[in-house]
Ligand binder design. Structure first.
Ligand SMILES: *Cc1c(COP(=O)(O)O)cnc(C)c1O
Length: 396
């Protein structure tokens, strides 16, 4: 294991054996172009592509003709937002404050085409403020985009009220489900979003491949121009190996959701419990229980620098990720943590944030190793003048 324990599964995941097996033929002997249907090399590639489409659709309770393959979550989000925006001239793009940059920046890019961005605030746990969303929708809107689960805090969106608010006004609804797919059950018919993005490398599939679900009858513009692939919406010879790998990865991950949820929630809640009980002036970011992704732990500490926190985890052999408050002005700062602390008395003093994300290949022993290492890490973090002064000032 080369001395490193990987706790950064929200950044990316290790390719599973099922995905690799599904990819291998398409990286070797089955090299035909899916558009060359006259001979069997091409026809075989085509049938692998359509089989993968059926598998992805089945995992989301979608129809195969509602699945469009892309190069990943970023592209799917960009397509959904620009494709929807261009159908409603002058309509706003309405997004939650905690969206991934692939949504926020895609929204901002629509400004030059006459679409302003409206950013809807979240509460202290990261739930979108539905009253603010309704208020935003009193003006003309082209599309609402609210993610299904947050990549930093793990907060799982209460989607029903958001779906109602958007559709009451007849506005198209997109959801970035990149962190949710393969980790929590997704049923597009129940969610009733018009578009939904997924990315293979977040559920043990290969990097550089994803999909956009577009509900039948939803009219959005094409994204990549050229050949007639993906029904003219996304031109370019398909990444057949990647797509086959994604489909197997999603099928496998979806089947494992019940057992993995139980196992990962137990590990997650042990770590969260330890932090709450043993680290003074530490705060868990995001919702808890069923409204938190199974493998996500995210916490902030008062008077700690995020970079130093990350260095200590790295030196102790743990791959984790940071995300400090934006107000700190430091590189790696997070608009997500900032949005959660918008009305908190700790805004400005919460600086160091660590995200520990567990996945399928993490073991109980690895979680034990983290819990054994935490006291020493915390001791080093707490050995700083600002914190000592803060503690003194509390005593007065
Ligand atoms: C990783 C991620 C993306 C980007 O997906 P890529 O496939 O890496 O482009 C988008 N949204 C969320 C929530 C993510 O976690």
């Amino acid at each position: 294991m080369n001395g490193q324990i990987y706790f950064d599964n929200a950044s990316t995941t290790r390719l599973c054996a099922e995905a690799l097996d599904a990819m291998m033929p398409h990286l070797t002997e089955c090299y035909g172009n899916p558009s060359s249907k006259k001979y069997s090399l091409g026809a075989d590639a085509r049938s692998a592509l359509e089989k993968a489409r059926e598998t992805v659709a089945a995992a989301l309770n979608a129809e195969p003709d509602e699945i469009y393959f892309t190069s990943g979550g970023t592209e799917s989000n960009n397509w959904a937002i620009s494709g929807a925006a261009q159908k409603t001239p002058g309509g706003a793009v309405v997004v939650a404050a905690t969206e991934h940059h692939a949504v926020l920046k895609a929204a901002a890019a629509q400004k030059k085409f006459g679409h302003e961005t409206v950013i809807v605030p979240v509460d202290g746990l990261g739930f979108t403020d539905t009253d603010a969303l309704r208020a935003a929708l009193e003006k003309k809107a082209a599309v609402v985009s609210v993610m299904l689960a947050n990549n930093e805090t793990g907060t799982v969106t209460r989607f029903g009220p958001i779906e109602q608010a958007a559709h009451e006004r007849g506005v198209l609804l997109h959801t970035d489900a990149v962190q949710a797919a393969g980790h929590i059950p997704i049923d597009v018919k129940k969610l009733n979003a018009d578009m939904l993005s997924i990315s293979a490398h977040k559920f043990y599939g290969p990097k550089g491949v994803g999909a956009l679900y577009i509900k039948r009858g939803t009219d959005i513009g094409p994204f990549v121009f050229g050949g007639s692939q993906e029904r003219g919406g996304r031109a370019g010879t398909e990444n057949v190996a990647g797509i086959a790998g994604m489909a197997e990865a999603l099928r496998t991950a979806a089947a494992k959701i019940p057992e993995e949820t139980e196992r990962l929630c137990a590990l997650r809640d042990r770590i969260i419990g330890y932090i709450k009980q043993n680290i003074p002036h530490a705060y868990i970011n995001g919702a808890e229980g069923a409204f938190r992704l199974p493998g996500n732990v995210n916490f902030s500490m008062l008077y700690v620098e995020g970079d130093y926190m990350l260095d200590l985890f790295t030196q102790s052999g743990f791959c984790v990720s940071s995300g400090s408050a934006c107000t700190s002005g430091l590189p790696g700062s997070s608009h997500v943590i900032d949005a959660l602390y918008a009305h908190s008395p700790h805004r400005g003093t919460v600086k160091g944030t660590a995200r520990i994300t567990l996945g399928r290949y993490n073991t109980e022993r690895e979680a034990d190793a983290l819990l054994s290492a935490l006291p020493e890490i915390v001791k080093k973090l707490r050995d700083n003048l600002l914190y000592e002064e803060f503690i003194k000032s509390q005593g007065k």
